[in-house]
Design a protein around this ligand. Structure first.
Ligand code: NAD
Length: 502
């Protein structure tokens, strides 16, 4: 591909990195092999963990605001390389260029957030029941953090974890998806540039990239060198990783699959709802964890809304994601395409009416898997329980809001949800304790496209973890309670007397 060489060069990915390895990397744009990178062996993975422990022991004692300075420099390097890294994201995972650039912007935003945070890693002071005692909570760096990431956000998810972990005083080891190792290797190069500019306070091996498939991920997961494993991917992956880490009493942040829904009430601003659904359902070719997979439309506006949506689906520009006019790029690979076909066949058999679907541009890109996004009108009372990582939008009709909320919640996943309504009562019910059971519940905004300032994550089979904003940083530190006695006696808590004379 003619752009690829330019992008690699600009990010310092040379022949040494790109050739001679045992892990082929394909661009979903045309299915061509664009590199062959070297996988790490089990021994190398163990060595990396040992290096991460050494780096941690140095980094934890660097004052947090100084640690923030490194993240500030890294954020600026990302600014300088936004175009090239955004294009590499597009080349390697197939999302359109605007979204590739948006992903790098998200990295920059979390760096800014983390720089501020580096001066705000605060604990509580708590009144003591004993005279002349003070009690406080101190947050300490936790140790090396193992980060496992998915193909669909090949750089942003790592940066959410890494920027916070680094200011918290932790070292990081990143196992990216085997489908997107190049973006990880490019980020590592940019991070090394930042360390060089930062100076000696940054120890060697502060951030490392571990290349490989599931087996190398398992080695990381089982290694006690990592007190925290932050894993993003499918629920199946989380189901395997969670118990393994728990077995050794490690901690996890699990960011897993979603099955996100939007409720469109009768009072909704239909223009807003239309835009929210369209971006949520077809953006990133349906390959976001927060993709809108289901909509519940009030019966009074159902026909009008669905006709408009179908019209828009007919005119979507599907094509090469590097081209400016494209709105829908390819699926990641053939397996994803087959999963979409399978889901549409099943929906058909369950009485769903399918509009769209099927392969697009197969003549032009025989090895690229472009698809027509699909709308499936589902029969009354039905629901869809699984996440198919493809642009399929299941449409349901509802009459009463509480019923729509109940159906929205009646799935195993609990990541993102939204309601479009102008009725304050409906909006408040939706975000009440009896409303959405998801980690994200939006009003008049779609399910995808979160800001880094808010904690990100979901409930139930989505894993329960929180990354990014708010106080998510606490997961990257360990909590220490410290009571100081500045008196001359040693009173025991709860008034206990122990061997004292009267
Ligand atoms: P995946 O589960 O196939 O792979 C994710 C990562 O886990 C990869 O790096 C993979 O090598 C690794 N892995 C898989 N099994 C493992 C194991 N047993 N031990 C250790 N590592 C293992 O997911 P994917 O296809 O790359 O990504 C799509 C999925 O990710 C979707 O389900 C999507 O919803 C989810 N996702 C969730 C979020 C979120 O924040 N909730 C964000 C992005 C993607």
């Amino acid at each position: 591909m003619k752009n690829a060489k330019k992008i690699f060069k600009s990010l310092g990915l040379d022949k040494k990195v790109l050739q001679g390895g045992d892990l082929p990397v394909y661009s979903p744009i045309d299915g061509a092999e664009i590199a062959r990178v070297k996988k790490h062996t089990a021994e190398e993975a163990q060595q990396m963990a040992a290096h991460a422990v050494d780096a941690f022991k140095v980094w934890r004692s660097v004052p947090a605001p100084r640690r923030g300075e490194l993240v500030r420099i890294f954020g600026n390097i990302l600014r300088d390389n936004k175009d090239a890294l955004g294009a590499l994201v597009t080349l390697e995972c197939g999302k359109i260029l605007q979204e590739g650039l948006g992903e790098v912007q998200e990295m920059i935003d979390i760096c800014d957030f983390a720089v501020g945070l580096s001066r705000q890693l605060y604990g509580l002071t708590i009144t003591s029941e004993r005279p002349e005692h003070k009690m406080r909570e101190i947050w300490q760096p936790i140790g090396p953090v193992g980060i496992i990431s998915a193909f669909n956000f090949p750089v942003a998810v790592w940066s959410w974890n890494a920027a916070l972990a680094l200011v918290c005083g932790d070292s990081v080891v990143w196992k990216p998806s085997e489908k997107t190792p190049l973006t990880a290797l490019a980020c590592q190069k940019l991070f090394e540039q930042a360390c060089e500019e930062f100076g000696d306070d940054a120890p060697e091996y502060l951030s490392q990239v571990m290349i490989g498939e599931r087996d190398i991920g398992e080695i990381m997961v089982d290694d006690t060198a990592y007190p925290l494993i932050s894993a993003t991917g499918s629920t199946a992956m989380g189901r395997a990783v969670g118990p393994r880490v728990a077995q050794r009493f490690g901690k996890t942040i699990l960011e897993l699959g979603g099955n996100n829904a939007i409720i469109i009430a009768s009072s909704a601003d239909l223009d807003l709802a239309f835009q929210g659904v369209l971006f949520g359902a077809v953006g990133t070719c349906g390959q976001r964890c927060t993709t809108t997979r289901r909509i519940f439309v009030h019966e009074s506006i159902y026909d009008q809304f669905v006709v408009r949506l179908k019209g828009a689906y007919e005119n979507l520009s599907i094509g090469n994601p590097l081209e400016e006019r494209t709105l829908v790029g390819p699926l990641i690979d053939e397996q994803a395409y087959l999963a979409m076909e399978d889901a549409l066949n099943r929906a058909n058999m369950d009485g769903g009416q399918v509009t769209g679907g099927g392969r697009a541009l197969a003549d032009k890109y025989p090895k690229g898997f472009y698809v027509k996004p699909a709308i499936v009108e589902m029969p009354g009372g039905s629901n869809v329980q699984e996440e198919t990582f493809a642009p399929i939008l299941y449409v349901f009709k509802y009459t009463v809001l509480v019923d729509a909320i109940k159906r929205q919640n009646s799935v195993p996943q609990g990541l993102s949800s939204a309601i479009f309504t102008k009725d304050i009562q409906e909006a408040e019910i939706f975000t009440s304790e009896a409303g959405s059971d998801c980690g994200i519940a939006n009003v008049n905004i779609g399910t995808s496209g979160a800001e880094i300032g808010g904690a990100f994550g979901g409930e139930k089979e989505t894993g329960g973890g929180r990354e990014s904003g708010s106080d998510s940083w606490k997961a990257y530190m360990r909590r220490m309670t410290s009571t100081v006695n500045y008196g001359n006696a040693l009173p025991l808590a709860q008034g206990i007397k122990f061997g004292e004379e009267d």
